[in-house]
Design a protein around this ligand. Sequence first.
Ligand SMILES: Cc1cc2nc3c(=O)[nH]c(=O)nc-3n(C[C@H](O)[C@H](O)[C@H](O)COP(=O)(O)O)c2cc1C
Length: 159
Amino acid sequence: MSENRKEIDSLDYNTYFIERDALLVSMGKDSKINPMTLKWKTIGELWMLPVITIAVAPSRYSFKLLTGEIQEFTINIPSNKILNTLDICGTLSGRNIDKIKEADLEIISGKKIRVPTLKDCNLNYECKIVHSCKSGQMASHHLFFGEILIAYASKEIIK
Ligand SMILES: Cc1cc2nc3c(=O)[nH]c(=O)nc-3n(C[C@H](O)[C@H](O)[C@H](O)COP(=O)(O)O)c2cc1C
């Protein structure tokens, strides 16, 4: 799939991104990569940067990784081929299980960051966390703002 995708401008496929119900956010490195299913996200320009914002509950293992040593994440919008992984990565926790193995996912090393992207996706983004907001009375999830450093679209969706 690495050869089945092309680099795109960060905000080129915003509409496609917004229309997907859920995606996989991945964080960590080497043997600790953890993909998590995520529904609450936005994409657009902030502070003159292309940014993806994700909402992650503090109870998630993913939250622990996002607030740890590696302030980076990848966003991966699965193709139909691996759509079933949304169930696996949205119900199991990386605390107890290696979801990459469990979901039989393949990874592609990051170009700009240490976190790999996932194969067989229609969109991939490598993001560096530039800001975060704590959950409060109104919001039970923290917000992580990731500057998009590089983005790819699969040949299937490139027009
Ligand atoms: C369709 C779907 C959407 C989800 N969206 C979010 C979300 O936006 N934010 C969040 O924190 N958890 C969300 N979850 C829950 C996490 O994916 C789930 O708790 C996961 O098991 C956490 O994994 P982790 O402990 O390895 O981080 C969603 C789950 C599903 C099935």
